[in-house]
Design a binder for this molecule. Sequence first.
Ligand SMILES: Cc1cc2nc3c(=O)[nH]c(=O)nc-3n(C[C@H](O)[C@H](O)[C@H](O)COP(=O)(O)OP(=O)(O)OC[C@H]3O[C@@H](n4cnc5c(N)ncnc54)[C@H](O)[C@@H]3O)c2cc1C
Length: 348
Amino acid sequence: MVVADQLQGDMQRIALELLGAARGLAEKLGVKVQALVMGHELGDMPQRLIWNGADEVFVVDQPELKEYTTLTYRRAVISVLKTLPRPPHIVLCGATTIGRDLAPRIAAYFETGLTADCTELDIGDYEHKGKADPAKVGTYNNCLYAIRPSFGESLKARIIGPWKNPQMATARAGVMVPVGEDTTRTGKITAVPVSFEQSDFRVKVIETVRDMSKTVDLTKAKVIVSGGFGLGSADGFSVVSDLASAFKDSAVGSSRKAVDAGWIPYAHQVGQTGKSVRPELYIALGISGAIQHRVGMSNSHTIIAVNKDEKAPIFQFAHYGIVGDLYDVAPILKEQLSKAMKAAGKEA
Ligand SMILES: Cc1cc2nc3c(=O)[nH]c(=O)nc-3n(C[C@H](O)[C@H](O)[C@H](O)COP(=O)(O)OP(=O)(O)OC[C@H]3O[C@@H](n4cnc5c(N)ncnc54)[C@H](O)[C@@H]3O)c2cc1C
């Protein structure tokens, strides 16, 4: 079951990414994909979840859920799960502000495990030899393999919790791949009424203000041009923005070192402690390619790196590397890429 994130009536892309991952898992298990969406005035969201891979959608659409609060959403999710004959085999949430808050509440209710911030999910068996816990010796089939980087991203850990269902994970945004919308897909939509208790309203949201000036949706951009410490100063980001402006659906990203220097807000950071992205084109200007940056962008379709140090680690995984000063290279790159795209009949 996927717990689908929506924010003030906008379906969040992570919901579609989780459905993509869930479809892969469900096919291996031979089961259906369920989704749960909660909120108020959800419109065609349940239908869209079906078009994007769910077989069955549970909907809680009530005024109490207009704004996210931990206790009301917890009540809603637990109420829905209680209507099922048995807990789902797997529950997936986004590693978003809401998912990170809600998933532990669900896990605590079921007294089950939860792996946070996964970058891969799979199904497999587990043999417990039982030195630590002889009572649990045996082979456990169809376990959720919740896979995530560990030890400063130098290792991938495969974490399992086979003892109890649901087996739970949150997944990072921008990593899993949606299946794509198919408006001919059909499925079942079940509305579940939820009764709240007075104690669920201990927190009241008075007003929600979304600061759009600080909102950068890196996960939706087709082209990301990122700047690093090699820019030398905050002003260097004008070169990054200028190159990004040559492309439709583009965004400006950055390394953490540039964020830490105060040159650009955190919302632009790509990497382990920033966003995970997989655009069609990722251009890195003055970024060394540290592992913590790499884990957030190495799934990009094409990576172009510009660095004046020919030994910079980024050249080991970039598809195209240009050794040179970014201030010389970026304008030429803009001109050449624009020309190439026009020649190919694509709008830049
Ligand atoms: C727990 C943890 C989490 C982290 N999370 C993240 C994260 O999410 N994202 C992230 O990015 N980092 C993260 N880091 C930091 C990471 O380890 C690196 O320090 C950081 O990515 C380096 O940023 P950078 O490449 O911009 O800077 P540097 O490593 O200093 O590299 C600058 C590069 O610019 C080149 N350069 C200099 N001048 C020019 C020029 N004029 N033209 C062309 N090239 C030039 C240099 O040769 C150099 O390769 C994390 C670290 C830790 C410990």
